[in-house]
Write a protein that binds this ligand. Structure first.
Ligand code: ADP
Ligand code: ADP
Length: 227
């Protein structure tokens, strides 16, 4: 069973003349890293936000596993999302930032500590757990934002241009880190970028959007072979 199904999912913004995302049909397999790519305004963020429950769906449906989530609020979708401006809480340490959602959810301290430590190990953040975000580099902060998302063990992980605030060199290394982290966790991931190189180097498959319409979905390898 696919992990995520867009079934003719459509978003027409109020006052819009044509849908920002038009009857999107797309299945994302369990554990897959799918990249949504295309120029600015093609509907990438809208597609992601519909899956997250942050944007109304005006036609069609969205399923996670066999659950129809089309009209469920974000908190009931078992999804975590990392944005480009990964706003960490400045007054909290890295560990507190990463454990915060679990604390709110009432998870006990020992369990939070164990999950935070495990995520920190995977993300190479162990030595920074007691620091405040301002004492970290941009790449480290980005990893804290990812850690904060994965400690909740979501079923689906969403990233919207997570590297756009990093400089070019850091972007390349963080790209590799995110891809290998995703493979280690095996978590179904939808990743939005306008950068074709990023899409082709990171994705198991790449979905190309243009003017709200899905143009092509294929593996990077097949895309190179038949451009
Ligand atoms: P992308 O992420 O590919 O840049 P978006 O999903 O943000 O594209 O936008 C797709 C289309 O929807 C664009 O034409 C954009 O102007 C329009 N759009 C996005 N957000 C809104 C909104 N809140 N209200 C009206 N139109 C919007
Ligand atoms: P509070 O006492 O207000 O809950 P804590 O200082 O205990 O705040 O930290 C908040 C959360 O972050 C706690 O749930 C704790 O388990 C976790 N935490 C704090 N420091 C560490 C650390 N060094 N390693 C792993 N987890 C930590």
């Amino acid at each position: 069973m696919p992990s995520v199904t867009y079934d003719k999912a459509t978003r027409l913004y109020p006052g819009g003349t044509k849908p920002a995302v038009d009857a999107l049909d797309l299945q994302i397999e369990d554990g897959e890293f799918l990249v949504l790519v295309g120029p600015s305004g093609c509907g990438k963020s809208t597609s992601l936000r519909m899956l997250a429950g942050l944007e109304d769906v005006n036609g069609g449906a969205i399923r996670i596993g066999d659950r129809d989530v089309t009209h469920l609020p974000p908190k009931d979708r078992n999804i975590a999302m990392v944005f480009q401006n990964y706003a960490l809480y400045p007054h909290m340490t890295v560990a507190e930032n990463m454990g915060f959602a679990l604390k709110i959810a009432g998870v006990n301290k020992a369990e939070i500590r164990a999950k935070v430590e495990e995520a920190a190990k995977i993300l190479d953040l162990t030595q920074y757990l007691d620091r405040k975000p301002k004492a970290l580099s941009g790449g480290q902060r980005q990893r804290v934002a990812m850690g904060r998302a994965i400690v909740r063990e979501p079923q689906v992980f969403l990233m919207d241009e997570p590297l756009s605030n990093l400089d070019a060199k850091l972007r390349v290394s963080t790209r590799t880190q995110i891809a290998s982290l995703q493979r280690r966790l095996g978590i179904t991931t939808v990743y939005v970028t306008h950068d074709q190189v990023e899409a082709l180097t990171m994705g198991d498959r790449v979905a190309v959007l243009k003017d709200g319409l899905l143009q092509q979905v294929d593996t990077p390898r097949n895309m190179y072979d038949k451009p």
